[in-house]
Design a binder for this molecule. Structure first.
Ligand SMILES: [Zn+2]
Length: 206
């Protein structure tokens, strides 16, 4: 039953879990990594160092679920942290993958050709509704894409968008609660909120 080493080419797999905030991406990533551990597979998990790089513009991570993860500020650091243990590691989880640079796509290609299973979770769109970083490219090369929806916090419909709320400079603090909402297409107001935000940053008139 067991595949003998060298019996057949080792085939890896790329799985992408995406969707807006509050859609349960991190929870699904953690669920898959836990199942791999139960199957006695060696798991390594990484996440970007968001606070250092994106404190002005990031969409927050708010998941209460946890999984041990190595923080890497960029793909070069991720590679450096991963490669020494690569012989043992069978499953590689990456959370908040939208914050990594495009190098993550090449790294995913390398790892899958080594027979590794990659599970990447990340936002598919920004709070202006545009494709987010390397996620579209990762979705294109993936074996499987799971696109989760959240629940619109205005009307209760399935939500595909992340709405940024509020107006102050402080709102961009990563992980701050109450700064973002899941919204359906009908309730999503990306540009209106942006303009309000910019107006709030202008000096107050007399
Ligand atoms: Zn709605």
């Amino acid at each position: 039953m067991n595949q003998a080493k060298g019996g057949r080419p080792e085939v890896g797999r790329i799985e992408v879990i995406t969707g807006p905030m509050f859609s349960g991406k991190s929870e699904e990533l953690i669920r898959r990594l836990k199942r791999a551990r139960i199957a006695r597979q060696q798991v390594a998990c990484f996440k970007p160092d968001i606070d250092l790089r994106y404190h002005r513009t990031a969409i927050a991570s708010h998941s209460a679920q946890t999984h041990e993860a190595v923080t890497a500020p960029n793909v070069a650091h991720l590679r450096k942290a991963l490669y020494p243990q690569l012989e043992q590691v069978e499953v590689i989880g990456i959370d908040e993958a939208q914050f990594f640079d495009e190098g993550i796509v090449q790294l995913a290609g390398e790892l899958v050709h080594m027979g590794k299973r990659l599970v990447l979770a990340g936002l598919d769109t920004t709070f202006t509704g545009e494709p987010f970083g390397p996620i579209p490219a990762l979705m294109a090369v993936a074996d499987e894409v799971t696109k989760l929806s959240a629940v619109c916090m205005v009307c209760g419909a399935p939500a595909i968008h992340t709405q940024r709320l509020g107006t102050s400079r402080e709102l961009v603090v990563v992980g701050a609660a109450g700064m973002y909402e899941a919204r359906c297409r009908a309730c999503f107001r990306p540009y209106l909120e942006e303009r309000e935000s910019e107006q709030m940053e202008l000096p107050a008139a007399d």
